[in-house]
Design a protein around this ligand. Structure first.
Ligand code: NAG
Length: 146
């Protein structure tokens, strides 16, 4: 029965191909691991002179820690806590949330910027990486003030 053995080896071949595809897909997921993942929490509307809170939750899909420097940039001047530059050590499995509290007086478009930097004495024993694919991330959000 040559047909049977042919079918059998074809089945084996398909199985092997599937396994290889599986491995390649696995590698693809590794390659698209993100240096930064984030969730932004900030109101879109506010009253004039209202104090609002902006919370930025940051995580990494990397297996290493990195030093991140975060700050806000506004289309109109905003005083106080808005201008704090916050530096943290971001490590796998330990998302961190960074807060800014500030008063808005007029509609503002805000850029939330995260730089991955080479700064010492932030991460334990300075064990941290900087991805060569890009070390600046930003997102834009508008707060409409009545
Ligand atoms: C953000 O939200 C998503 C969905 O709720 C969650 O999977 C993720 O862990 C959160 N944190 C970060 C830092 O991405």
């Amino acid at each position: 029965m040559p047909g049977l053995s042919f079918m059998f080896s074809a089945a084996t071949l398909i199985l092997v191909l599937c396994l290889q595809l599986g491995i390649i897909e696995g590698q693809d997921t590794e390659n698209t691991r993100k240096a930064l993942t984030f969730n932004l929490s900030v109101p879109s509307r506010a009253q004039r002179n209202e104090e609002i809170s902006l919370a930025l939750e940051l995580g990494t899909q990397y297996k290493e820690c990195m030093v991140i420097k975060t700050y806000l940039v506004s289309s109109v001047p905003i005083e106080g806590g808005f201008n704090y530059v916050q530096t943290r050590c971001l490590c796998p499995d330990y998302p961190t949330t960074i807060y800014w509290d500030f008063i808005v007086t007029e509609t503002a478009t805000i850029a939330i910027v995260v730089d991955i930097v080479k700064e010492r004495n932030i991460c334990p024993n300075d064990v941290a990486v900087v991805p060569i694919t890009g070390d600046r991330y930003h997102t834009i959000h508008t707060i409409y003030v009545n």
